[in-house]
Design a protein around this ligand. Structure first.
Ligand code: ZN
Length: 252
């Protein structure tokens, strides 16, 4: 008989699973608020309708589930056979009927959750490979999915904002993004400051002589850093304002 509860007892992992499940529920809520006709509308992502976002999030759950299956069985199953197939899948998914599109999201989310729930405690440490080629423990699949559901719920463009995303999720997202900039050296002369925090969060090229400093609340900085607009941010250089704030370096 299959257990009805998570096999892992690791508190950090269980907390992560909770954020992923909350994010999935949040995405579902924003999706369910949209009428079938509204699915044809634009998302926040250039060139993508809301249909593309829903298809992408559905296929992402399937791809993440393939990594969890890999960790469970030891049989290598990549997220996607190729980048081309990943793109084709999204374009195809966007043409599905509204009911099929909604089912894709629901069923893929349930399937992924079952794979997580039934993964034996030890197998969470098994190594799998992300679409970017990073080798990570299966535990990482939880964060990979968490990021997707929360941020793409905002991309549905029907009222969700980065303020709706739990602060620990946004903070980790910012660490990911600024870490990627740093690794690529694309954050030269750029400092990012999160204001309104008990202790200020500062990222970027903090050793630069006269950096452009972009400041804002956690939500505003995350929105800007993910390339989703400059609302709520201010920028300055050598004591003078820079308007508007420069676009953030590419994230993905
Ligand atoms: Zn995505």
């Amino acid at each position: 008989m299959v257990a009805r509860h998570d096999q892992t007892t690791d508190p950090v992992l269980l907390d992560g699973l909770l954020q992923a499940r909350r994010g999935t529920a949040f995405f579902a809520r924003k999706l369910n608020e949209l009428t079938d006709a509204e699915l044809d509308g634009d998302s926040l992502l250039p060139g993508w309708t809301r249909r593309h976002v829903v298809a992408h999030v559905g296929y992402n759950a399937r791809a993440v589930a393939r990594l969890v299956e890999w960790a469970a069985t030891g049989v290598e199953t990549p997220m996607y056979p190729s980048v081309e197939i990943r793109h084709h899948e999204i374009d195809f998914g966007a043409t599905l009927s509204p009911i099929a599109l909604r089912n894709l999201f629901d069923h893929s989310a349930v399937h992924l959750n079952v794979e997580w729930r039934d993964l034996p405690a030890d197998n969470w440490h098994h190594k799998v490979k992300t679409v970017q080629g990073r080798v990570v423990p299966a535990e990482e699949t939880v964060w990979m999915r968490t990021r997707e559901v929360w941020v793409h719920a905002v991309d549905l463009a029907n009222g969700a904002t980065f303020k709706d995303i739990p602060a620990p999720v946004v903070e980790r997202l910012l660490m990911d993004i600024t870490g990627a900039w740093h690794a690529r050296g694309t954050d030269k002369d750029l400092v990012v400051k999160v204001t309104g925090q008990p202790s200020a969060l500062v990222f970027g090229d903090t050793a630069a002589d006269s950096p452009t400093v972009v400041s804002g609340s956690l939500a505003a900085i995350a929105q800007w850093a993910t390339g989703r607009g400059t609302d709520g941010t201010t920028a300055e250089r050598d004591g003078g304002p820079v308007t508007p704030a420069p676009p953030a370096p590419a994230w993905i």
